[in-house]
Design a protein around this ligand. Structure first.
Ligand SMILES: Nc1ncnc2c1ncn2[C@@H]1O[C@H](COP(=O)(O)OP(=O)(O)OP(=O)(O)O)[C@@H](O)[C@H]1O
Ligand SMILES: NCC(=O)N[C@@H]1O[C@H](COP(=O)([O-])[O-])[C@@H](O)[C@H]1O
Ligand SMILES: [Mg+2]
Length: 388
């Protein structure tokens, strides 16, 4: 009987900091390119751990523990996959000559709404809605009144809707203040944003490889409780709005610099485009590219990181639906799907998370068709998935 031994290899090494569903697809693409993959996360048997050469479990906020793994593995590329990482570790690694994707400064800026918003609006001059930052409940009351109601209140450091609320009146400010404390990050400072009554919102995936920048077709999406539930591509936009969105994406990604893919989130009303935020990594709404493009956002991310050409073919319309469990699982949930998910133009990607709580995303259903039909089918298919 023989067990697998560590790989002796001279191939380039990528280290994923965060090993969820997005990292899993990046890891698979890296394997396809012959790279060695090290997957790191806060818990065992994270999705990308299953498809990596080696994996580590560590407190991702622990600077010394992260650096220990980095120095031990000496990766050629460090790919942050989640926001909640010790940023000091990334700066320290970069100082020692490690290649952090896209760069530690971009990761640092985008993990804090104050930094990225002031950079986008005040340094780069991008159009955003009105906003203010506050640190006390009293300041929140005054700022909310100035933004008028409804307004959107978010911790400056948080993600996936945690700690966010739409405040509808002066009476509800106290409640928003309490909700903000549920931040997945730091709730000591909040951003108060005027509510933008947009027609639709998009993610514009933008890849930079050091010599060229390419855009994917805009992705439309529907959010519920601060998390995406459906996405589709292409989102139909007027030529003017699309051009503004691409210019905005180019400006913000040039401003952040480095190589890799970025998910630029924007709100669109008529021909007006408002910058919202940006992820310096693949975006969850971009999972739809697994079915719509010859090179998915994950493949493009790696190509960009490696400085390879970014050409790809957009095959045509498609949609994705996020599958979330409604119950708690202390063991790995089993996903059961109806046969119709295996028909010619649809398929499912199961993430294989080792446990779950209600609301945790476990799989994604993908449909290839004209956008409207694809979205309708995706809404239908998601009802045909169960877990136990
Ligand atoms: N100012 C706003 N006006 C209208 N809707 C908003 C506004 N800000 C946020 N939203 C809605 O809430 C959703 C989530 O907000 P946002 O993208 O800022 O945070 P997040 O998605 O939690 O952050 P992350 O993408 O890092 O997980 C947006 O996609 C949009 O649908
Ligand atoms: N919007 C960010 C996003 O989609 N991130 C993706 O979700 C994972 C965390 O999932 P979990 O919360 O179920 O562990 C992350 O690792 C990443 O793949
Ligand atoms: Mg967002």
């Amino acid at each position: 009987m023989q067990f697998s031994a560590p790989l002796k290899s001279n191939s380039k090494k990528v280290m994923l900091l965060g090993s969820g569903e997005l990292g899993k697809e990046v890891a698979i693409e890296a394997q396809r390119l012959g790279l060695e993959v090290i997957a790191v996360d806060r818990y065992q048997n994270a999705p990308a751990h299953h498809v990596a050469h080696r994996s580590y479990v560590v407190n991702m906020q622990d600077k010394d523990a992260l650096l220990e793994i980095i120095y031990r593995e000496k990766p050629d590329y460090i790919l942050p996959e989640i926001e909640a990482i010790s940023i000091d570790a990334l700066f320290a690694a970069e100082d020692k000559g490690y290649n952090v994707i896209p760069n530690a400064n971009a990761v640092s800026k985008t993990m804090n709404r104050k930094n990225i918003r002031t950079f986008a609006a005040e340094v780069l001059g991008l159009k955003t809605g009105p906003y203010e930052f506050v640190t006390t409940e009293e300041e929140l009351e005054k700022a909310s009144a100035r933004m008028e109601y409804p307004c959107v209140i978010k911790p400056v450091m948080s993600s996936s809707g945690h700690g966010q609320s739409i405040c509808k009146s002066a009476d509800a400010v106290g409640e928003s203040w309490e909700i903000a404390k549920e931040a997945r990050g730091d709730a000591s400072e909040l951003i108060v944003e005027a509510f933008i009554d947009f027609d639709y919102e998009i993610t514009l995936l933008t890849a930079r490889n050091g010599s060229e920048t390419v855009f994917c077709e805009p992705i439309g999406h529907e959010q519920r409780d601060g998390d995406y539930v459906f996405s589709w591509q292409p989102m139909q936009m007027s030529e003017e709005a699309k051009k503004k969105a691409q210019d905005m994406a180019k400006t913000i990604t040039d401003g952040l610099g480095g190589r890799g893919i970025f998910g630029v989130e924007m709100f669109v009303k008529g021909d007006e485009v408002y910058f919202s935020e940006v992820s310096p990594r693949p975006h969850d709404t971009g999972m739809v590219t697994l079915i719509t493009q010859s090179q998915s956002e994950f493949a493009l991310h790696l190509r960009a990181v490696l400085g390879l050409p970014l050409g790809f073919t957009f095959y045509g319309g498609g949609a994705s639906a996020a599958y979330k469990t409604q119950m708690k699982h202390s063991n790995a949930p089993v996903i059961k799907v109806d046969d119709s998910l295996f028909c010619e133009n649809s398929f499912i990607r199961v993430f294989s998370k080792p446990e779950a709580h209600a609301g945790r995303r476990l799989a994604v259903a993908l449909v290839y068709d004209e956008v409207e039909a694809a979205l309708e089918k995706a809404r239908e298919l998601i009802e045909k998935i169960e877990d136990n």
